[in-house]
Design a protein around this ligand. Sequence first.
Ligand SMILES: [Zn+2]
Length: 402
Amino acid sequence: MKKECDLLVHHAQLMSCANMGVKYGLIENGAVACDAGKIIWIGNSDQCHAFKPKQSIDANGKVLTPALIDCHTHLVFAGSRANEFAMRLAGASYQEIAQAGGGILSTVQATRIASLDALVESACQRLAHLKSQGVLTVEIKSGYGLNVESELKMLKAAKVAGEKMKMTVKTTLLAAHAIPPEYQDNRAAYVSLICQEIIPHVAKNKLADAVDAFCEGIGFTYPETKQIFDAAARWGLPVKLHADQLSDLSGAGLVAEYGGLSADHVEYTSVNSIKKMAQSDTVATLLPYAYYALQETQKPPIDAFRKHGVNMAIATDCNPGTAPTTNLLQCLHMGCTQFGLTVEEALLGVTLNAAKALGIDGDKGSIEIGKDAELILWDTSEIADLVYWQGETPKNTILLAQ
Ligand SMILES: [Zn+2]
C-alpha cells in the first residue's frame, strides 16, 4: 500500500547540504517527500513510487535546494542615507557627514519618530525582495531605537513584517549598536540601561531570540560588551557579535567564550580567537557587501577558518549606511570573488551554516528528514548559476508542504 503525503518532488539535482562527504550533499536524480510541513523521506527518484502524494512535481533535472537564510540584517529602519553616498563620493569624511546630521544617528532619529506601521511597510518591501531570491528565513536586528520604547518598536515591527510576508523572522536585540545622543557623556548609564531594563524586558516578553553588540573602537568596548553578554546570559538569551570589523579587539574570541552563535564581519579576527570559535562551534558570518561598500582592504582570514574547521555563513547585512542591499545572491558572488570562497562554501553559507548562526539548524538549512519542508526549485540545472549569474535573479519556485 502506498504511503500518502502532501508533496513529492522528483528528478531533481537535490542539493541537500547534508552528508557533506559529497559536494553540496548532492543527490543526482533525487527525490524528497514532505508531509504536514516536514520532510519525511529523501532518496533516489527510482525509489519514490512507494508514495501517493497530493502534489507531485517533476523537477526535470533542475536544482532543488533548501530555502535560503539571510542571517544578519538591519532591515527595519526609517529614512534614507542616499545623500551621504553622494557626500562620500565628493570627499566628505565620516565625521563631516556626522556633523552634517548624517550617519547612524540620522537613522536613529528617523526610526524613533516613525510609526510601527511605517516600519512594517518598508520592512515588508525589503523582505519581499529577499523572498524573490528564495529566502524564507531572515534575521532582523534592532539598534536604531537606542531607547526602551523604540528598540521594542523595532523588534515588534520585525515580527509583524515576518508574519505579513509569511517568512520566518528571528529577532536580535542590538541596543548596543551606538551610544545614543542623550547618553554621549554618560556611556556607563546607557550600558546599564541595556543590562538592567532593555534585556530583562525583551527576555520576559520573548521579543528577541538573541543579543548582539557592536564591539569596536567607534562602538562598545570589550568590558562593556562583556557586561552586556553577562546580562544576556542571566536572562537565558544566546549572544552574537559585530566583531573585529575595523580592528582586532578580540571580539570573536569573546563571543566564543560565551558559547555564542556567531561572530560577524571578522575581517581582523586573530588565530587565537579563531581557535576559540572552533571550540565553541561559533559561526563566522561574512558580510562581503559591507566590505565592498566601505572599500575595505583587510579580508577575513578564510584560510584560518577552514584550517580550524570554523563554519562560515554569508549575509547581506542589509542596512541604510554600509550595506544598502537586499540582494543575497550577489553577496554570494562577492564572497567568492572578494574572499575566495568556493561556490559550495558560499551556498552552505546561506543554508546550513546560516541556520547554525541562528541556532535553528535542527529545523532549517538542509534537506534532511524531520526538517521543515521549505524547498526552492531553481530554473537551472547548474548549481553554480545561483552564485555566478548576476543581474536578474534566477527564476525559482517556492515549494512548501503545509
Ligand atoms: Zn550588521
